[in-house]
Design a protein around this ligand. Structure first.
Ligand SMILES: [Zn+2]
Length: 233
C-alpha cells in the first residue's frame, strides 16, 4: 500500500473470541453469568474481593489455555515485516498478540497475566491465582489485585495512544464495536489527523459511520487478507 508510513490498529473482543476467549456481551452485559458491576469495578472489588479474585483467576486460566488464531498471527507478521510505524492498541487482556509474536502492543485495559500491588505499585507477571492472597514479590505485602482497568478507571497510556493517532496515515479497527469511549473516539481522532480509516468486524457496528471502509466477516479471514495487501502479497 503506497504512502502508508504509520499504522495504528485497535483490536477488541472479536479477535480473541475466535480463540475461545469470552468477554462481556454487549447485549446484556453478562460474562459467565456475572454482571459487569459485580466483577469489573473498583466498588465490586471493595465489596467482595473473593468473588472478583476468583473471577479473574478463572480468566487467567482461560488465557493460558487459549491459542493465538490466524488474525493474531497475521498482525504479528505485519509487526515483523512492516518497516514503518506501527502500534497495536488492544482492549483485550489476553496475551495472544504477544504469543503470536507481535511486540508493538499496548494493553489499554491492562493484562490478565499481570498482578498489581496496591501497597508498593509494582507489577508482576502472574500466571497463578490471587484468591489465596499471595505476597507481593517486591514488598511482601498481601496486596495484589488483577492488573485490569475496571469500569470507572482510567485506561492505560492514553497519551501514547493519542500521540500515535496524531501521526497515523491509517487507522484500522478489528473486532470491536467501536461504540464505547474512549476507543470510539480513536477513529474520530485519526480521521481529524488525516488518516484513512478501515473497520474489520463481524458485523456493522454503531461506529461504522466513522470509517472510510468497513469489511465484514471473521477476523481470522479478513485480517490475513488485509495484511497481505499492506505487505504487497
Ligand atoms: Zn508490593
Amino acid at each position: 500500500m503506497d504512502g502508508i508510513r504509520n499504522i495504528v490498529i485497535l483490536t477488541g473482543a472479536g479477535i480473541s473470541a475466535e480463540s475461545g476467549i469470552r468477554t462481556f456481551r454487549a447485549d446484556d452485559g453478562l460474562w459467565e453469568d456475572h454482571q459487569v458491576e459485580d466483577v469489573a469495578t473498583p466498588q465490586a472489588f471493595r465489596r467482595d474481593p473473593e468473588l472478583v479474585q476468583r473471577f479473574y483467576d478463572t480468566r487467567r486460566a482461560d488465557i493460558l489455555a487459549a491459542e493465538p488464531n490466524a488474525a493474531h498471527r497475521a498482525l504479528a507478521r505485519l509487526d515483523r515485516e512492516f518497516d514503518g510505524g506501527l502500534l497495536i492498541v488492544t482492549q483485550n487482556i489476553d496475551d495472544l498478540h504477544e504469543r503470536a509474536g507481535a511486540t508493538r502492543v499496548l494493553h489499554m485495559h491492562g493484562e490478565g497475566l499481570s498482578a498489581w500491588c496496591m501497597a508498593c505499585d509494582a507489577r508482576h507477571r502472574w500466571t497463578g491465582t490471587l484468591l489465596d492472597e499471595p505476597s507481593c514479590p517486591a514488598c511482601g505485602k498481601q496486596a495484589l489485585r488483577p492488573d485490569i482497568v475496571w469500569f470507572g478507571e482510567m485506561p492505560y497510556r492514553m497519551d501514547e495512544i493519542f500521540g500515535a493517532l496524531a501521526r497515523a496515515d491509517l487507522f484500522v479497527s478489528i473486532g470491536t464495536s467501536g461504540a464505547v469511549y474512549p476507543a470510539a473516539g480513536f477513529v474520530q481522532q485519526a480521521k481529524s489527523a488525516g488518516a484513512r480509516t478501515l473497520e474489520l468486524n463481524l458485523e456493522r457496528s454503531q461506529g461504522s459511520y466513522w470509517f472510510d471502509e468497513s469489511r465484514l466477516g471473521p477476523a481470522g479471514e479478513l485480517v490475513p487478507a488485509w495484511v497481505g495487501e499492506v505487505l504487497g502479497g
